[in-house]
Design a protein. Structure first.
Length: 492
């Protein structure tokens, strides 16, 4: 073991794509901090810079530097002398290095050194806890900052300007440090087979995710996801109408994932993880909403409008992500499993098979997106929103549907986008759809908010650019789809 081993431990433990992504995010956050130092008032620039930098620290420690736990676990299994100690020392070294910029900013600005430092320390330990704790706990950590912000006043919790913040944050940091130390020992001393499923550490998922080659959009294979579920959450398939007389249902079974026909109990078992994942965010939003509007008789109806609107908007986006990831997984496997689907009875010739597959692949998701659009419009219509507001809502849903169609045509036609291009496209679409997130809350009051001219021009211009890209992707995939000899040719 030497200093070079300690320094390079996170680089050896993480995927190349994650290293480049972390570097790009670091450059972006530094740029934001520099702009804040130039533009913001002298009394605020330091806290803006520290806040942005601390958010970056949470990401780095949650997804990048925490990967050294995987290196330590492998070193124990392979009996590599000194490597476990090097991984632990690497965490200590990078924790000190991570706090140094915050201390420098506090010294230059004359701000509160203790409060600024503890904000960064809590973000470091929070990110590391997220990676080392079991997955089911990690799902509930996202809303914690918003929950703390809204409970601070009724519970008299200290903020960063309160003299009590430093001792309070030190106690919390010590507690998180103990949790991280105990979980580090568990993760590095247990075999990966013992840490699968929702009880396994989040960091174990980084090993299975296909970050190499910017394929992180593919995530876990669906067969791995099913194996990681406990027995009582295994979805029950409905195979009563599968066979030569029902080739569409046979294709749904072959595609698997959310395409799989299920019984009523199977659908309920599928919904359980989703409901668990949204329970914490919904609870936080209810606390925020009830504090801002009071516990009146109309609270529940207004809150229902808000939540259903967000579920429809972001649920549509998640539906597209899930479908594209699933189809990427199916068509990227270079084995005989996919071509064997051409032998399914009842599909017909190559042309009929292509039409059948396209109807199955696009039918269910497009029906789901159409239902979400109907619900959103039905909920916003009673508030008499402006025509431009409805246009942005409808345009967002049509943009999501166009993204789905274009990506699936590229995958099925053998012309999928590279992983980095898929990620860039999804980020762009998510940003544009995120601009609609204010619309459900604007429908709650008696006077719906009308977007400004600059906002409207930016959103419409963004969708115009994305639409041209989607048109090119879809046209390329459609031509390749027609030229392919049959539908089940893997892209791997």
């Amino acid at each position: 073991m030497n200093a070079r081993t300690v320094l390079l431990a996170p680089m050896h433990a993480s995927h190349r794509a994650m290293r480049w992504f972390s570097l790009a995010l670091l450059v972006l956050c530094v740029g934001i901090a520099v702009v804040a130092a130039i533009v913001a008032p002298p009394a605020r620039w330091a806290w803006i810079a520290v806040g942005v930098y601390s958010a970056l620290l949470f990401f780095l420690w949650a997804f990048f530097l925490s990967s050294t736990a995987l290196l330590a676990a492998d070193a124990r299994v392979l009996r590599i002398p000194g490597m476990q100690r090097a991984a632990a020392l690497s965490l200590v070294f990078y924790s000190v290095l991570s706090i140094a910029p915050t201390i420098l900013v506090a010294r230059l600005s004359g701000g509160s050194l203790g409060a600024m430092t503890m904000v960064s320390v809590l973000c470091i330990l929070g990110g590391l806890s997220f990676a080392l704790l079991p997955r089911f706990i990690g799902m509930f950590m996202g809303p914690l900052p918003a929950l703390y912000q809204n409970l601070a006043r009724p519970l008299h919790l200290p903020d960063t300007a309160d003299p009590r913040f430093v001792p309070w944050s030190v106690a919390l940091a010590l507690m998180l440090a103990v949790v991280c130390a105990l979980r580090w020992k568990t993760v590095t001393s247990s075999s990966p087979q013992q840490q699968s499923g929702f009880t396994g550490a989040m960091v174990q998922q980084y090993r299975r995710s296909h970050w190499s080659g910017w394929g992180g959009m593919n995530g876990l294979d669906s067969t791995q996801q099913v194996r990681q579920r406990p027995d009582w959450l295994q979805p029950k398939a409905d195979l009563r109408h599968v066979g030569p007389l029902h080739p569409g249902n046979a294709l749904r079974v072959a595609l698997g994932g959310w395409y799989m026909p299920r019984t009523l109990m199977g659908h309920l078992q599928t919904l359980v993880p989703i409901l668990l994942a949204v329970t914490a965010p919904f609870a936080v939003m209810f606390l925020i909403f009830s504090q801002n509007h009071g516990l009146t008789s109309s609270l529940w109806s207004q809150f229902a409008v808000l939540m259903i609107g967000w579920v429809c908007i972001f649920g549509s986006l998640g539906l597209v992500f899930m479908t594209v990831m699933l189809m990427q997984q199916r068509w990227r496997k270079a084995n005989a499993e996919l071509p064997m689907l051409a032998l399914l009875p009842g599909l017909g010739d190559a042309c009929a098979t292509k039409g059948q597959l396209l109807r199955v692949a696009l039918g269910r998701p497009l029906r789901g997106l159409a239902l979400a659009l109907v619900v959103i419009v039905a909920m916003t219509a009673p508030a008499h929103p402006a025509a431009i507001t409805l246009l942005i809502i409808v345009l967002g849903q049509f943009g999501i549907a166009a993204t789905l169609v274009a990506c699936l045509l590229g995958i099925l036609g053998g012309k999928p986008l590279p992983g980095w291009a898929t990620a860039a496209l999804m980020i762009a679409v998510s940003t544009l759809v995120g601009c609609n997130s204010f619309l459900p809350s604007s429908m709650v009051g008696n006077h719906p908010w009308v977007p400004g001219t600059a906002f409207i021009a930016s959103v419409l211009g963004g969708w115009a650019v994305v639409g041209m890209v989607l048109g090119w992707i879809g046209q390329r995939g459609w031509r390749a789809w027609h030229a392919a000899p049959h539908s089940f040719l893997p892209n791997g």
